[in-house]
Structure formats: C-alpha cells, structure tokens
Design a protein around this ligand. Sequence first.
Ligand SMILES: [Zn+2]
Length: 265
Amino acid sequence: MNKLVFTVAVMLLGMTSVHAQFGKFRGKKLDAITTAVTAFTVSDEEIAASATEAVKWMDENNPVCELNSKQKDMREYAERLERIFGPYKNYDGLDLNYKVYYVTDINAFACADGSVRVFSSLMDIMTDDELLAIIGHEIGHVKLEHTKNAYKQILLTEAASKYVGSTKGTVADLMNSDLGGMSQKLFGASFSRKQETDSDDYSYAFLVANGKNPQALADGFQKFADMEKEYGADKSLGAKMSSSHPDSEKRVKRVEDKIKKSAKK
Ligand SMILES: [Zn+2]
C-alpha cells in the first residue's frame, strides 16, 4: 500500500514539474523581473548569434560523425545523412546545416540558426524516408520560427533571473557566463502541441513536395509509439520526441487520416 502511494506521488511530481519551473518566478519577485524583462531586449541577430554559439558548443561536446572520421561506422552515418539531407540544405529559402552525433539517445533537434543535429541511434531505427520525415519536422520548427521564439523566451527568462533589478548585461554576457548550461537550455526548449502539429503538417507537405510518400511520417511515429509501449515514455528513449510531442499513436492517426482525405480528393 505504501509503495503504491509512493508511486502515485512520484508520478504527480513528474507531471507538475513543468509548472513548478514557472512557479518560481511568480510572487514577490515578479515586479523586479518584469522591470528587467522590459529593460532587456533580444534582437533577431542576437538570437541567431546565441544559436550559433550554442550549436558550436554542442558540436564540441558530442562525438560528431564526419565524412573523414577514422571509424568506419561513423563515416557511414555521415555519408548516409549527406545523401538524405544534402538535397534539401537550401529548402524553402533556408540555410541549413546538419551533422550526426554518435550517441545512444534516440533524438534529433533543430536550432534557430538552421543547424539540424541527428543522433546515430535515431538513424539506426529509421529508414531513409522516415528519417527525412523527421528532418522535415525539424525544418518546420526552424521555418515556422518555433525555435527562434523559444530561444527568445529562454534568453529573456534567463536574463530576468540573472540580471534581476538591473539593466546591465547583454545576450553575449549571458551566453558567455555559462555556455554549456545555456546551450542545454536552448536545445531543451519545448514547443506547444500546436507548434508540434504545425511542424508535422510542414513535414507532410515537405515530403509530398519532394515526391516522397507521406506514409513515412506515420511509419516513423509508429516506431516511437512502439518504443513507448515497450519501454514506457522513458526519458532516455526518444523521450524528447514524446514528452512535449503529442502522443505518438495520435500523430500516426492524424497523418494517416490526412493521407486518406487527400486520396479522396
Ligand atoms: Zn517537434
């Protein structure tokens, strides 16, 4: 009985942790923070510069698969991503760059400056078209400015807590004071469900526009759904894709409904 109560408590804690982070800014500190937020501004150029610095830090602190890596499988990951992503590096007026991280997490992320990073373990479980569908989703986050807006919010929030009551400090100071921590905060940015759905729609259109079958998007999500079923929505297993992202099963259904609808037209 005690064990059961404990489990439930932990689950609730997990579910409310997102709100708790915002909670600490409420209350008596609010006036000071509001002052700082209005005094501290973040320009588009500063967002782009901090994104570039952050992705540079990530590249330096993760094993990157290069076309000339000594290790054969690392070269193969780089070659495969080059083949899949290469044709789209200037897609939709964007200036995109991409790399593979040789890591066990099943993940991919996009950065406000157009950098997309794909993890080798994600490549292991996805076909080329499924991977392209996930890349399309990440490109959507860049093109629809989800990453830019999220970074802006994070920079403002960090500045507000760091430079509370003061108008001193710049985005560069903020980044330089803790580059690793800031990089992780930026890449840990979560998006709203609406943004996730909009990015899914972007990927769908991206696949169709490039002569690919949008079923690849549904199939990729189905793999996440299967993993969630097998392992639970564990943080270490593609959780980034499932924690903020809508339920994988629902995403599969949404994409498949869309395919059915378009077939009727
Ligand atoms: Zn997403």
